[in-house]
Design a protein around this ligand. Structure first.
Ligand code: SAM
Ligand code: SF4
Length: 337
């Protein structure tokens, strides 16, 4: 029988953060000067991660996405991909900033990774440095091309537009995506843990992005979107597609089928959840974790994004810096985005 939570949502997808480390410092994710990192000995081994995925599959998980921090910083990542791909998942994907992709794409493909999503918010060098504190976007662009040459199909681009920062690049990013043959999805700037400088005024609603695109490219026609996918997809006149993910202005909690696990084995049933469940302890003493996951999912009542939206004008930054510093598990880069 399908395992359902208290709002009748099945557990179908799992997002796994394989490291909290990152080689960029995106303003909307890791804007602080320093961070408290997870202790190395707390990171789940590949064998432990595989056990979590097996237990989740027994409860209904069909799709797994690896994330971080920057997942490509995790040593020997293709070995983990190989172990997970052997489990027969419907979908095994990875989200990356692409900086190390040029080197790693062939090994990831050989290991059995199905799909790649690359995050890229600007094509301008001066802006890239301001947004991420690293020189770019050359390495990311090279990474995208190397991924295509390695045989990855259906590569996606994730872009976050922020008002007064990069919203003037929406059209250039779409043109770039078309030229590269990848699908771009615009994600609203979210008030998640790491977004220490979040203000509603800087959020560009998906509807506004669509209006900008329609002005330039003509009408957007709704395209097919898988049931629980957060993105709504649209077809443009030339046949290419774009996606908008309106997590802030049009939350989709009702169809959320996603569990999350941090690199140190903490399970969260919502990106906004204040507390998680430790799986590392039970894993390391040899306890079965399937019953723990079953119970956690059966009692899940999370509707984090909807609750945030209900705050209306009262909506402010989610956590203060001192709260985040005291509990790194509240950070986006620890939860895997
Ligand atoms: N480092 C990888 C990357 O950037 O693709 C993977 C981890 S990152 C946390 C995963 C996704 O979360 C990225 O696409 C990133 O743009 C997104 N993200 C981070 N902070 C965000 C925020 N405040 N609002 C919306 N999306 C955010
Ligand atoms: Fe790093 Fe990804 Fe966060 Fe940017 S969004 S700081 S690349 S984890």
């Amino acid at each position: 029988m399908t395992l359902l939570d208290t709002f009748d949502r099945p557990l179908r997808s799992l997002r796994i953060s394989v490291t909290d480390r990152c080689n960029l410092r995106c303003r909307y994710c890791m804007p602080a000067k320093s961070y408290n990192w997870l202790p190395a000995e707390d990171l789940l081994s590949f064998e432990e991660i595989t056990k979590v995925v097996e237990a989740s599959m027994a409860l209904g998980v069909r799709k797994v996405r690896l994330s971080g921090g920057e997942p490509l910083l995790r040593k020997d990542l293709p070995r983990l991909v190989g172990m997970l791909s052997a489990l027969g998942l419907e979908d095994l994907a990875l989200t990356t900033n692409g900086f190390l992709l040029e080197d790693l794409a062939p090994a990831l493909k050989r290991a059995g990774l199905h799909r790649l999503t690359v995050s890229l918010d600007t094509l301008r060098e001066d802006r890239f440095e301001k947004l991420t504190s690293r020189k770019g976007p050359g390495p990311t662009l090279n990474g995208i091309r190397a991924a295509r040459e390695s045989g990855f199909e259906g590569i996606r681009l994730n872009s976050i537009l922020m008002r007064g920062v990069n919203e003037d690049e929406a059209l250039d990013l779409v043109r770039f995506a078309r030229e590269e043959g990848v699908e771009i999805r615009f994600i609203e700037y979210m008030d998640v843990g790491g977004a220490r400088q979040w203000v509603m005024d800087q959020v560009i609603p998906g509807a506004e992005v669509r209006a900008i695109l329609e002005d330039e490219f003509g009408p957007l026609v709704p395209a097919e979107t898988p049931d629980a996918a957060p993105a709504r997809r649209w077809k443009m006149g030339d046949g290419s597609t774009v996606g908008t993910i309106s997590s802030v202005t049009e939350p989709f909690c009702a169809s959320c089928d996603r569990g999350r696990i941090t690199a140190d084995g903490t399970w969260f049933s919502c990106l906004y959840a204040r507390r998680g469940m430790d799986l590392r302890g039970p894993l390391r003493v040899g306890d079965a974790i399937e019953p723990l996951l079953r119970e956690a999912w059966a009692s899940r009542d999370a509707r984090g994004a909807e609750e945030r939206a209900a705050l209306g004008d009262e909506r402010e930054v989610l956590h203060l810096p001192e709260t985040l510093d005291a509990d790194p598990h509240l950070e986006m880069h620890v939860r895997g985005g």
